[in-house]
Every structure is written in C-alpha cells, then in structure tokens.
Design a protein around this ligand. Sequence first.
Ligand SMILES: *Cc1c(COP(=O)(O)O)cnc(C)c1O
Length: 462
Amino acid sequence: MRYVSTRGKVDSMPFKDAVMMGLANDGGLLLPEFFPVFSLGEIKDLAKLSYTDLAFKIMSLYCEGLPRQQLKEIIDRSYRTFSHPEITPIVKKDELFILELFHGPTLAFKDLALQFLGNLFEDLVKERRAKMNILGATSGDTGSAAIYGLKNKNGINIFILHPKGKVSPIQKLQMTTVTDPNVFNLAIRGTFDDGQSIVKQVFNDLEFKARHSLASINSINWARLLAQTVYYFYAWGKVYHETSAEEVCFSVPTGNFGDIFAGYIAKQMGLPICQLVIATNENNILTRFVLQGDYSLDTVRETYSPSMDIQVASNFERYLYFVYDQNPEKVRNAMDQLKEKQSISFNPKEIEKISQDFTSVSVNQDETLATIRTFYQKTGYILDPHTAVGIKAGQAAVPQDVPLICLATAHPAKFSQAVNLAIGKDPEKPPCLQGIEKKEERCVEIDAQTEAIKAFVSEHAL
Ligand SMILES: *Cc1c(COP(=O)(O)O)cnc(C)c1O
C-alpha cells in the first residue's frame, strides 16, 4: 500500500515516509492509493475481536513496511494508557448509542490517535537514529493529547500553538502543566485558524522543514485518521450484537473534518453506514457545504464547543479529492479558488454526490445547552458540549428506526463551565484532573506570526 498526495505533485511513498512527511511536500494531504474493502461476513467476524486486535487487523492493511510484531506492540503500548478495559465502550441512553471516546489520558478522542502516533514516532526516530521536532496547532484537545503522547520521548521536541484565551481552563492546564523539557507550549495572540495556517506555512517551507526534521501531529497526518477508523468498526460490532441491525448511522461533532473523514473511510471499507451526520456548532461552513454546496469562509465564532470553532477544516481537502473523482488537478484548482475568493462553489452533480456521502446539521448555542439539560434530566448522563452538538444533530437528521451511534468526543469535566450553565452543577472530576490547578505551569505568549514561530522553533529545536 503506497500513499499519494491530493495535489498529485509528489511521488507515491510507503507508509513510514507518509507518516514522517505529515503535510505532503506539494502542499496537499496524503492518502492511501485505495481503500481495502471487507465483505459483510468479514465485518461480522471483526466484530468479535477486542479493540486492540481489531485495531491490528485494520491498521496492518495500511502499514506495509512496518513489521507486524512491531505494529502490534505499538498498538498495545498505545491503548494500555486507557482507563477503560474496552478502550471505547458504548453506553445506551434514551434509545441512543453513545460511543465514549474519552477514556484516554487527556479525556478526549484525540488520545486514540495521538497515543498511537506518539509511539510510532518514537520507534521511527529510534530506527532512523534521527531527531524530530514536532510542530502542531490545537483548538484545545489535540495539544494535550499530543503532549501526553510525546512528553519525555527521546530525540523528540514538541511545540504546540494554542489560541490564547480561547481554550477551556482545563484544556489549557492539561497542556501547560506538562513541564518536561521537550515540551513547548506557545499561546498565540490569535485564533485556531491562525495557528493552523501558520503551521501549514512553516511546513510549506521545505528547507526549514528538512533542516529541523519537522513532523506533524495534526490530523493532516494520515496515521491519525487510520487509528480513528478503528472505533467505527468497533462501535458497529457492539451495536450489531445488541440489535442485529446491519445498518447504523453515526453522528460526529466536527471541526477539522478529521473524525468524520475516518468514518467516511470506514464506509469506503465496506462498513454498512446508512448516514454520516456532520454535526457543527455555529461555525457552520461544513453544514452549508453539505446542504447548499456553499463552502465560503466566515469569521470564527466562539462557542461552548471550542474544539470545533474552526472555519478552515484542514482535512476537507482529503474529501475534495473524492468529490473530484481523485483528480489532483481539480483539487489544486479548488484550493487556488479558495485562497483567492475565500470560497469554493460546487455544481449540482457534485452537490448530489456530497449529499449521498453526508448529511449535516448545525446546532446553535442555546440548543447545545438545552440538549445537555434535557439529556441530563431524562437519563442522569452528563454530556460535554461537543457531544451535545452531535446528539442534537443526530436526532434531527436520522430516522427513528435506525440505530444511531453518537460519538462522545470529550469528557464533560473538560468543559465544566458550559455544563454548569446547562445543569447548574459541575461534572465530577476524574482522578487525572484533580489538583491540576495547583501544578506548576510553563507557557510562552507569542504573536500569531509565522516568522515569530519559526524563530522560536529554530532557537529551541533539537
Ligand atoms: C477535535 C475535537 C472535535 C472535532 O474533531 P475533528 O476531527 O477536528 O473534526 C470534536 N470534539 C472534541 C471534543 C474535539 O476535541
């Protein structure tokens, strides 16, 4: 299995090189040449496996060049840090299946991918006797998950940009209280989109990228999506055992189009998904895209679900590649159009295709709090605001007679302010958050400018 760029201007490459490259050197995103397809019978067999065995079965299809034993060992190491024996358990509440993705060390679904990527990077650096400097931008959860995946690893420094004052207090503390010498937290005076755009610009400076052996932990890295594909299969299996339903729907709180794209991959691999719901908050560019073919950038609004306060969804380009029948020239034109006009328009045939792949609902601020409140009153279960967006959207979009699986992307204690507004009390803090306010912090405030970030990285790089 080799990897190609959505912009078609780099030679195809094996898995390890794709992981190291992160953003493709032509500015595009890397994708496998094809998606292997399972039959329904095979999928039912996969449903009998444990999470880590399932992860091995799926991921080994894409990791050619990585010895099987090593892949198995990396997977085991990565999911051992989870506090639940099932890794991603499903709970049933109010006729919904909630896929809890927050049992990792930083309490959000990003841990599923970043524990894996961190261990993979560690092995690759050791094997190549190399060093690595990781640069990433976060809207809150990627940063802490990456830091926990990489702190204290030999030969690796990690630099994380977060938008100053725009992440929740707990999200910030989860990053800044990790004071290992290889971890650098940068609070930028700007938005997440600024951070993401800076990171892309730095990666597009190929000389700088090579000089510092820069690597990416953002969802532009293929390995993250691969790791996330696993839990769609896992969830399907659990629901199949319980209901015998062969078709399910998923609702996915979406910001950067990473998690939902992992669902798209699962569907391409044969998983019977009748609807993939893109759930957005008031930053609804993806909803406008799906419903009207209108992909035009707006300004970012701050919401109760800050990890989704994004306009420029970096993984969107991966999906565009399929909208354009895997034609890199069309992708390049579209991305040029986006740069020039701040928007991409789609013709009726393309809109028709998009609507077969996804549906989408945007959920406003009041609806988010109301969903947390009514769900709590009905079931006693506390939703985090991102999960609430997914549940509200899923209920609006999916017919009642099909099992609906809602991805619970974060533990409510990460967003206790919003939860408190909704139900008048704080969610209980899991052990890993207790006393976090009292820990020492380390963080540097910096302008949201590419040159300032480059200077900082140069100075502190390995
Ligand atoms: C990152 C994140 C999302 C959005 O996921 P994408 O892959 O960026 O679409 C949703 N909820 C939470 C809690 C997150 O951390």
